[in-house]
Design a protein. Structure first.
Length: 239
């Protein structure tokens, strides 16, 4: 009888040890999986680089740019200035919101790509528009996408620029994939951002259709109005 009890106790102990080992193994595996997920998430966040403008330049109209690029002394530039619309045609531009028209002035997102700095887009939600997005759908593109120029604020007048809010940080996504955080300065002028890799070139082939989305992350607050305004957005790489 005692032998049977001892045998039963021994077998039970072995089973408990096995269960404990399995539980510990599963706990360790779950811990490893959690750690791997955290590392992956951290790595993904790190890959979204923050970049500052390489310069802020005086705003020039399309006609002024044409004269600058089509000078008589420039023998290499026989065709003159190619506008962004020539290199990066759009099939659509759409925003998550827009400010309602004020009299004859509209704030449609298509104003961002008309090379007219007197027109602009303004987000139309309550507050400063954090999280609002603008998406450009490009098609029949014939140049590499290596940068972007942004005229930050309302350029209808200097007072308008001060009165309306401007973008401070903006996330740029390419075909839905976050690529960069753009750190904009709080000053008038074309703010030029650039990167080394042509985002629309893969395996040495030019991607002729793609989307670029800009999302407001932070703002410089306007003196009078919450609405955040951008006057112009121009891709660069075809000059």
């Amino acid at each position: 009888m005692k032998k049977a009890i001892y045998l039963l106790f021994f077998v039970t102990s072995l089973i408990c040890v096995a269960c404990g080992g399995s539980a510990n193994k599963n706990t360790a595996q779950n811990s490893d999986e959690t750690t791997a997920s955290q590392v992956e998430a951290t790595t993904t966040a790190v890959e979204i680089n923050e970049i500052d403008p390489v310069g802020v330049y005086e705003i020039m109209t399309a006609q002024e740019l044409g004269k600058a690029y089509d000078g008589e002394d420039d023998e290499e530039d026989e065709d003159g200035y190619d506008s962004p619309q020539d290199c990066y045609p759009t099939s659509n531009i759409y925003a998550t919101s827009r400010l309602a028209a004020q009299g004859n002035v509209n704030y449609d997102e298509k104003n961002l790509y008309d090379e007219d700095y007197q027109t602009s887009w303004a987000e139309g939600v309550d507050g400063y528009g954090i999280g609002e997005k603008i998406t450009f759908a490009f098609n029949d593109v014939n140049a590499g996408f290596t940068g972007i120029e942004i005229a930050n604020g309302d350029y209808a007048s200097e007072d308008s620029w001060k009165n309306y809010s401007r973008v401070k940080k903006m996330k740029l996504s390419f075909n839905g994939e976050p690529m960069f955080i753009l750190n904009l300065k709080d000053e008038m002028g074309n703010q030029v951002f650039s990167w080394d890799k042509e985002l629309n070139v893969k395996d040495e082939e030019l991607l002729r259709e793609f989307t670029v989305t800009l999302e407001i992350m932070d703002v410089y607050k306007g003196d009078l109005y919450d609405n955040t305004v951008i006057s112009e957005v121009l891709p660069s790489g075809c000059y």
